[in-house]
Design a protein. Structure first.
Lengths: 207, 207, 207, 207
């Protein structure tokens, strides 16, 4: 019950974040195709952030499925994650409207690092609650993607100051590793058992 | 459980999309009826998009009701659909604020095609999961409306460049075929058994 | 199940409508109390619309509680109601920002009439589904408030053109009759049995 | 059932409030770090309001968990609370955009007092429903935090007119007492039993 309401609240916040970003797109000034050109970087950063928030929702979904009960510490760890996610539309708009200028692109990376750290804290709060032999704890064991992601984000921040487009490429790469390999695992495991298995295995990694 | 949270998230996103569009209406400049005149095309395109999003919600609702479980592929197919739906407020505002100019009206058609294609991908992902003899697969069999809709949208895109109001008429027509005939079927089947039957039959068609 | 998702979607839309209105308040220009003075009519109309949307949510809540299943017709009647409710923030902003000018105040009344009519259609769709001896149908029998409300709104529209503040007073009066008398009934029926009884009796009236 | 829908609606409203505030941050004018400087007070007040709304959601969550049924009076008490919470983004923006000027900072305190009072009314409505020996009523008995909070807010209002930063410090202090001590209790009670126990004990205090 408690868990259900925390899930519902998180779903609500992420659903709002993922849709209010589209308000930043604004209405193009003019009625020809060239009016869309200045929107291109905003649209590109929107697609990235939509994917990132979708990945968080997806992982959050799997993670909570493996949890049984929540306590005050988990509630606050979750709210802390939602706080950093709530800054993604801000980072997206600043980066997109300035055509991937160095500082805004680095700022986007900072928000991504903080969100990844907050996700890690949530995972640890859940493991503390569920115990060292729980589904979450064992699944976390080989969490390669969850360890690589924040490292790549931290690398991307100084890169953004010199080569913002390369930093953006790193952000895209991190997003890609979060769904491309899962597909491959699912296919290998077969259509019936595979899907859930992959979902379970995928559960508690941090982006 | 999993399915329930995917439904809740989709409901949240569609509910937000359907209501943030009204923000685009803006407050009329002036206090007489003539102040509403420049708003007329915005309001007209709002009504169309409200109907389109309502149709998607309605169909999504019926479609998921026939599904039993969801997997990673379905979650991503669903998020992909939500992405294209999230561009509808943008397309609505560009089309409405420019009084159905050719390019914006064609752009609206592009978004509608992409959303219809994304819906088709979601249906196929669900059939792959449920199996060829499932309720969804058999109901999809005679999916006339679902096949006509994207064809009409694709036709409307070049039409929009020459005769945008005709293209708009096609968009309205596609929306109309999604609820007018259902009413007729329901009435024919009678008030008791009819409603659910029609809902079931109506379920997995793509708009 | 079906009913649950329709309720969730309606809750989402009404929750968004009730909160995006506050965005219209805007940030006052200045930092002294006099900066709040131009906001006063916006705030007053916000309070009215918050109350109106809250009343609709409350009645919708009770109404659906008495329903057992929903069909396509009910889904569309519900979406039709949500459409008119979605115009309330627009009407609120136009009326409030123009300090209750005649046409905007009349336009607010038009939206209120349409929402009340849409609510009546939803009630009739539910009665058609539930049957003439259902809880909803019998409770509707003596629906005095539901009949008076649209009449008062229709009266208020021409009044608004001459005496907009009187029309506003009528809107406030309609809102008041929707919760003041219920309190009285609840108190008379006693604290234990009374509350549910009153809620049940209050259920299917249209605002 | 009834209770579930009231929870869902409250979650929706609070989720929206907590995320639309981030829209007030706006996109910085410029692409260097100095462009973030004028945003600092807005960001600081955003963090405070995010924490305040999170605390309300958290307490609301625990409070409703201890409740069994809701009636009309509770529904309206809840809507009344949501009304005052809906003014928090407004107060946050006015205070933040004016760098904690006296009147806006005092206005923020007024909204906080009203929300705390509304929460108290909701608690009393729930106790009236649940009875004097219910979990809620007994837990409320030693409600030290719930009594101190509104007193501190009322004190902060005149302080804000002379020393707005001190008033802001009081707002931060009130937020801190709502989660710092709970952690301590949880730790003392141990990891297993402690969490739920603390959550239960923490439940019905008003912020």
């Amino acid at each position: 019950m408690t868990k259900g309401r925390m899930e519902a609240f998180s779903d609500g916040v992420i659903a709002i974040l993922i849709t209010i970003m589209v308000l930043e797109l604004g209405v193009p000034h003019g009625t020809d195709l060239s009016a869309l050109v200045p929107l291109a970087p905003v649209l590109v950063s929107y697609v990235l952030s939509f994917a990132n928030l979708a990945i968080y929702w997806n992982n959050h979904h799997h993670l909570l499925q493996a949890a049984h009960r929540v306590d005050g510490r988990i509630l606050w760890a979750n709210l802390h994650l939602l706080f950093w996610l709530s800054l993604i539309p801000f980072g997206t708009a600043w980066m997109g409207e300035n055509e991937f200028a160095p500082i805004p692109t680095a700022a986007y990376g900072v928000i991504c690092v903080m969100a990844a750290v907050a996700y890690g804290i949530l995972v640890r709060a859940l493991i503390a609650r569920e115990g060292p032999n729980s589904v979450i704890a064992t699944a976390i064991g080989t969490d390669i993607k969850g360890r690589i992601s924040p490292v790549l984000y931290i690398l991307a921040i100084p890169v953004a100051l010199a080569l913002p487009w390369l930093a953006f490429g790193i952000y895209v790469f991190v997003a890609l590793i979060w769904f491309v390999p899962d597909r491959r695992i699912e296919r290998r495991l077969g259509p019936e058992a595979g899907h859930d298995h992959a979902a379970e295995a995928n559960a508690p990694r941090e982006p």
